[in-house]
Design a protein around this ligand. Structure first.
Ligand SMILES: C[S@@+](CC[C@H](N)C(=O)[O-])C[C@H]1O[C@@H](n2cnc3c(N)ncnc32)[C@H](O)[C@@H]1O
Length: 234
């Protein structure tokens, strides 16, 4: 069993978030001041994806582990006709429409469910996962990414934006029952989920002393990295 299997307790994580206020500072663990820089980095990354030759359509995006809808409001709604969200915390999900404000008519379905139980319909042009995958056990992360892969529309893209460790090891946080994985662990899981990285970028201008943050753009890869390695061995 890996660290992420042993140390994650889904009930404990939900209990932790149930105590956190529905504010930007709350969802960013006291780092609300990095939100603007974060959104700027994400906007550049998203715009580069939306200007590729095989770019996704901009009809429908999905914001996963959305919190109060910070990413929907500042990043996804300005680029997509409609945005669905997934968020298990009742207080957060009940805040989203009000927080998004005058553009709330661009919110579609709000799913109150945890990602390990969510089964997305096949209709999404873009699925954004940020600061949430550390709450999933490895096996659930793998099946979740596989469901996301199969839920993409033509030319659809999955985005993962997550902290990674510098130690090369998975580090756990008992306070919110999460883990932070090293870059190589994410790359391994993407390969197993038959996802290909088409772009990868480190977020810049974040304060010192926090985990490095990476953005990945992923598309279905019917030949996985693992299969390729096996083929090479034959
Ligand atoms: C650090 S906040 C990030 C919120 C949002 N992605 C953002 O960047 O503003 C983590 C969010 O993940 C949610 N969360 C925790 N465990 C989850 C799970 N198993 N499935 C889906 N969401 C989860 C929490 O309720 C919280 O809203």
């Amino acid at each position: 069993m890996t660290d992420a299997q042993e140390s994650i307790c889904y009930e404990k994580a939900l209990e932790y978030w149930s105590e956190i206020p529905a504010t930007v500072d709350g969802v960013l663990g006291g780092f609300g001041f990095i939100s603007d820089v974060d959104i700027q980095g994400s906007r550049l990354f998203l715009q580069s994806i939306l200007s590729t030759e095989n770019r996704p359509s901009t009809n429908l995006a999905l914001d996963c582990g959305a919190g109060i809808g910070r990413i929907s409001k500042y990043l996804l709604i300005p680029h997509f006709s409609l945005v669905d969200v997934v968020e298990p915390d009742e207080k957060f999900i009940n805040t989203i429409r009000e927080y998004v404000g005058s553009n709330a008519d661009k919110l579609g379905n709000l799913y109150k469910v945890s990602l390990q139980e969510f089964r997305p319909e096949k209709k999404y042009d873009l699925i954004w996962n940020q600061w949430v995958l550390g709450y999933l056990k490895d096996e659930d992360l793998l099946s979740y990414l596989t469901y996301c892969r199969d839920a993409l529309s033509e030319n659809g893209v999955i985005i993962v934006k997550e902290n990674v460790t510098s130690s090369g090891k998975t580090e756990k946080d008992d306070a919110d029952s999460s883990v932070t994985r090293p870059l190589k662990e994410y790359i391994k899981i993407f390969g197993k989920a038959k996802l290909k990285r088409i772009k990868q970028c480190k977020q810049t201008n974040f304060p010192n002393g926090i985990y490095p943050v990476y953005m990945f753009a992923l598309i279905p890869n019917l030949i996985s990295e693992a299969d390729l390695n096996n083929d090479l061995k034959l």
